[in-house]
Design a protein around this ligand. Structure first.
Ligand code: TYD
Length: 210
């Protein structure tokens, strides 16, 4: 089996950039790498779910339970069609978000269901697949939202107020309190991209010798 690495964090925390840098680095070293993301992975059905979830016109129209279920449906599809085949093929899978995001955004910030209900649902959806390692890119969401606005990004989640995004950050804090220390690293991201990338490489080298 390959290796499953996930990047998590609030909107605008630099996950996409860091996952790309890592993917390029590992490919240069000769590893087979699959760079993917949630929602919307590398699959046409996931992509259609993504369009429903992020469309700004759907603000105030999607029931919160529908939102939760669509993220989980996307994840089921992503695991079955993209992640598991790649892991079986000994690839390094790097996913820009996974189930911690559902905890932070839907369970904690939106309060759609209890943590217990979420863990049951998520275990069913993932067949208990969990990342080998997660990089949690932590950032003050005010900075993250500004970054995204400057980049012209305005999906349905970026239209949410700052209070929502502060809760998302709190949700991540609560989520990672229950994850074993050896399974994740909290990375401070309000500093140069290159420095963050180097720290990520050092951690992976130490943990997995890659
Ligand atoms: P996207 O543009 O793909 O990512 P990002 O903003 O991280 O660069 O947007 C995905 C949005 O979906 C993001 O605001 C977080 C949200 N999301 C959830 O609310 N729950 C989830 O389970 C996942 C995977 C994402």
């Amino acid at each position: 089996m390959g290796l499953f690495i996930v990047f998590e964090g609030v909107d605008g925390s630099g996950k996409t950039q860091q996952s790309r840098l890592l993917s390029d680095h590992l490919k240069r070293k000769g590893y087979k790498v699959l760079l993917t993301k949630e929602p919307g992975g590398d699959d046409s059905i996931s992509y259609m779910i993504r369009l429903i979830l992020l469309n700004p016109d759907h603000k105030n129209k999607i029931a919160t339970k529908t939102e939760l279920m669509l993220f989980e449906a996307d994840r089921a599809q992503h695991i079955d069609r993209t992640i598991m085949p790649a892991l079986r093929n000994d690839e390094i899978v790097i996913s820009d978000r996974f189930d911690a995001a559902t905890y932070a955004y839907q369970v904690y910030a939106r309060n759609v269901c209890s943590a217990e209900e979420f863990f049951h649902l998520n275990e069913f959806v993932t067949n208990a697949l969990s990342p080998d390692f997660t990089f949690w890119l932590d950032l003050d969401p005010t900075i993250g939202l500004k970054r995204n606005a400057n980049a012209g990004k305005k999906d349905r989640f970026e239209l949410e107020g700052i209070e929502f995004h502060r809760n998302v950050r709190e949700g991540y804090i609560e989520y990672f309190q229950n994850i074993p220390e050896e399974k994740y690293a909290k990375i401070t991201t309000n500093r140069p991209i290159k420095k963050i990338h180097e720290e990520i490489l050092q951690i992976l080298d130490k943990k997995f010798k890659i």
